[in-house]
Design a protein around this ligand. Sequence first.
Ligand SMILES: CN(C)c1ccc2c(c1)CCN(c1cccc(-c3cc(Nc4ccc(C(=O)N5CCOCC5)cn4)c(=O)n(C)c3)c1CO)C2=O
Length: 235
Amino acid sequence: EINPSELTFMKELGCGQFGVVRLGKWRDQQRVAIKSIREGAMYEEDFVEEAKVMLCHPKLVQLYGVCLKHRPLLIVAEFMDNGCLLNYLRQKGGALKEAWLMSMCQDVCEGMEYLEAHSFIHRDLAARNCLVNKNNVVKVSDFGMTYVLDNQYTSSSGAKFPVKWSPPEVLHYSKYSSKSDVWSFVVMWEIFSEGRTPFESRSNLEVVNDITRGMRLYRPHRASQPLYAIMYRCW
Ligand SMILES: CN(C)c1ccc2c(c1)CCN(c1cccc(-c3cc(Nc4ccc(C(=O)N5CCOCC5)cn4)c(=O)n(C)c3)c1CO)C2=O
């Protein structure tokens, strides 16, 4: 539990599934990201229960604490200077050497390996839900899909559902597991595509049919054949 009077709000960083996120300071010196949870956006009791299971790993964006005494609920997290991985790839992708692309994939793997070891299923692994710090280290973030109340996002026919990152068993039976998180290593395809959208010219409905019939993402232009074989095995 963090005392809100020890928080200073600074610039807005953007808006996510639960509401506005701001850069802030804790006790005037520690930079943090502060999420204000919009009323009715989250199963708050479930989230607070989960927050007590402190997941802690260098490749997971660290949850520092929550402010529960007032509304909106505040979530205080580790601040990542370079923002989300997807925008980072789109801005800097071409300038990143293959070694950097590999290192970002490894960061995501290490974070996800830790989640699996702790039987935690992410459910929405994607480059948009990973963050980059000032040393260009990538960390997995926003493993909060379970608490989202918006069924446009949680139902597999909803407009916001991550169809292009989901395996057949999730699309057809909502069967989530660490294996479905492995399928979402579509992130590796995003990294080696420098932030392109998977199945860019296909609608979500077309992708459900394509994937069910066995179609898979093509080899990204910056991925060697052996690297493509690795991402392909995830699908
Ligand atoms: C349920 N799911 C999957 C969710 C739920 C909530 C969210 C998301 C998914 C993902 C999006 N999101 C969200 C929304 C807004 C902010 C953050 C967000 C942004 C951060 N950092 C930065 C840093 C810089 C910049 C920036 O402005 N630039 C421009 C100049 O070049 C450098 C980058 C943006 N964000 C950060 O550290 N955290 C912890 C969260 C986040 C990530 O947290 C959410 O809040």
